[in-house]
Design a binder for this molecule. Structure first.
Ligand SMILES: *Cc1c(COP(=O)(O)O)cnc(C)c1O
Length: 306
């Protein structure tokens, strides 16, 4: 596909979820199915990449360099986007190389992404001059995308997530890692609307400051209560919720982000957090590629996502 075809996605469905819990509490929940944007460049990662890739192309930069852990949706999406839009890609991966690649890295590598492993202490310094000199100096004319893909252009892409929604909603919910996606959403709210971010990691208070770098209004808040022990940690309660949701609604949720958000949202609704009559748009940010790797990792514990 040529880059001129890399326009922002349109006509992404908004699907109403019907559930007794919602009826009892007199709230409506719609799911914006960003997971359907693209099979491999899914959800918010497409939104975050689109203007970055256009920018890199316009500068004549041929290689995308980015960072992530071994299960990263962003690594996977960047590898796929590089292949589709004609960039070389280099993924700097946190941690050691294992004898066999997990599903995420296997996929990234199959897209042509070159994987460079760095230990955790070096990884922490990845945006420094020294790091670039040591690990990236051999790469010609590259465009650097931060870990998780968040920068100004990414936020701009995420400002388009709500733009096609024909429903007059009160609250929108989104899962947060870096807060970039939520920032874009916040910037596109109408004055009577609010955004609620569900933070997927433990100790996510700093995300408030990250978001303040990109937004000026104060129509938002973060919920830090549904991290399930930390980033990429899951337990049986969460896995059961995700599996039940799939059985009831035929919609897959990922265990790292959207599963935790929907669990949190359902929990708040059951506890009467939203006034009756509230209309909520939850954003399905994708991330389903992570399920395979998570199931592989948790097989011995018997925690399997259907
Ligand atoms: C990366 C990701 C997020 C987090 O997005 P941020 O912009 O970093 O907050 C949320 N959901 C899914 C599915 C993701 O892959």
């Amino acid at each position: 596909m040529y880059l001129w075809r890399m326009h922002s996605p349109i006509n992404i469905p908004v699907q109403e979820i019907l559930d007794p819990v919602l009826r009892e509490n007199a709230v409506r929940v719609y799911l914006k199915r960003e997971d359907l944007i693209h099979e491999k460049i899914s959800g918010n990662k497409w939104r975050k990449l689109v203007y970055n890739l256009k920018h890199a192309k316009s500068k004549g930069l041929k290689t995308l360099v980015t960072f992530g852990g071994a299960f990263s949706n962003h690594i996977s999406a960047t590898a796929a986007a590089g292949k589709e839009f004609g960039f070389k890609t280099v993924g700097v991966i946190r941690g050691e190389e294992y004898a066999s690649l997990n599903p995420t890295l296997h996929y990234a590598s199959s897209c042509g992404m070159e994987l460079r492993y760095v230990d955790r202490s070096a990884y922490r310094e990845k945006m420094s001059k020294e790091f670039k000199a040591k690990y990236l100096a051999d790469i010609e004319s590259y465009y650097l995308i931060p870990e998780g893909g968040t920068n100004k252009l990414a936020v701009r892409g995420c400002e388009e997530i709500l733009s096609e929604i024909p429903i007059d909603f009160d609250v929108t919910c989104c899962a947060c890692g870096t807060g970039g996606t939520l920032s874009g959403i916040i910037n596109s709210l109408k004055p009577h609307q609010r955004a609620l971010g569900f933070v997927s990691l433990k100790g996510g208070d700093f995300i408030h400051d990250e978001i303040r770098k990109y937004v000026i209004n104060s129509q938002w808040s973060l919920n830090l209560d549904y991290h399930f022990g930390g980033y990429a940690k899951v337990d049986r309660v969460l896995v059961d919720f995700i599996n039940q949701f799939k059985l009831k609604h035929n919609i897959a949720l990922d265990p790292i982000y959207t599963g935790k958000m929907m669990f949190g949202l359902w929990n708040l609704i059951e506890n009467g957090y939203f006034r009756r009559g509230t209309t909520i748009i939850a954003i399905h940010t994708g991330g389903l590629q992570g399920i395979l790797g998570m199931n592989e990792r948790n097989r011995a514990k018997g925690l399997q996502i259907l």
